[in-house]
Design a protein around this ligand. Structure first.
Ligand code: PGA
Length: 246
């Protein structure tokens, strides 16, 4: 893959304005990696003008505007020069009942506002045990892939995040992750070969400084989506460096 590796920090519901400012001062990004940080909505504006990191949102409304109390639209994110947006994170699917249909609408909203959607997919422990991993991932991708080719050829990203690996310390082995990434690439190629080449596929789920290099070496892993370990700027810098060498 000719693009720079993409490494995204997902802060979830953590941090303050001052901790984010301190984080940015202590984060040391290698030049050949695209580093993105996704803080909570109120802090996105603080990332404007940062030199070493781009900004990403953890979520977005599927609606453009209207009576939707508590929602934040893609247009509002665009106003803050947000460049990436997570959609379909497993915590949103499980805790906030987000469906595949809803998630696709969110991705479309981001694309209309020139924000790169990061579509998160991944199986639960039960689905893996029942050998349903590929089936689940194909289903999670399929609605999005029904969009017109000119939309699919825009920039978007897939993050493979096995639910059993998120926040558990139990990362997928590099081989297991790469097998699923290769499958995702195959599903994309069946739709459009150019798209399959250009879409970056990130791995997420207990990525740490000590397992990042082995994941980065795998042929189908183009970057990482990092939760817990991204809160420490030194750890996140190390993870970015592991992908920089890949
Ligand atoms: P984790 O989270 O790195 O803490 O496992 C990853 C994620 O939820 O994106």
């Amino acid at each position: 893959m000719s693009q720079k590796p993409l490494v995204i920090a997902n802060f979830k519901l953590h941090g303050t304005a001052s901790s984010l400012e301190k984080w940015c001062r202590n984060f040391d990004a290698p030049a050949d990696v695209i580093a993105v940080v996704c803080p909570s909505y109120p802090y996105l504006g603080l990332l404007e003008g940062q030199k070493n990191v781009l900004s990403g949102a953890q979520n977005v409304a599927s609606y453009e505007e209207g009576a939707y109390t508590g929602e934040v639209s893609a247009a509002m994110l665009q106003d803050l020069h947000v460049q990436y947006g997570l959609v379909g994170h497993s915590e949103r699917r499980a805790l906030f009942n987000e469906t595949d249909e809803w998630i696709v609408k969110k991705a479309e909203a981001l694309m209309r506002h020139h924000i790169v959607p990061v579509l998160c997919v991944g199986e639960t422990q039960e689905e893996r045990k029942a050998s349903q991993t590929f089936q689940v991932i194909e289903r999670q991708l399929s609605l999005f892939l029904q969009q017109p080719t000119e939309v699919l050829l825009k920039t978007w990203v897939v993050a493979y995040e096995p639910v059993w690996a998120i926040g558990t310390g139990l990362a997928a082995t590099p081989q297991l992750a790469d097998e699923v990434h290769a499958f995702i690439r195959k599903v994309l190629a069946e739709k459009n070969k150019d798209m399959a080449q250009s879409v970056q596929i990130l791995y997420g789920g207990s990525v740490k400084p000590d397992n990042a290099a082995a994941l980065a070496e795998m042929p189908h892993i183009d970057g990482a989506l990092v939760g817990g370990a991204s809160l420490d700027p030194q750890s996140f810098s190390k993870i970015c460096r592991a992908f920089s060498a890949s």
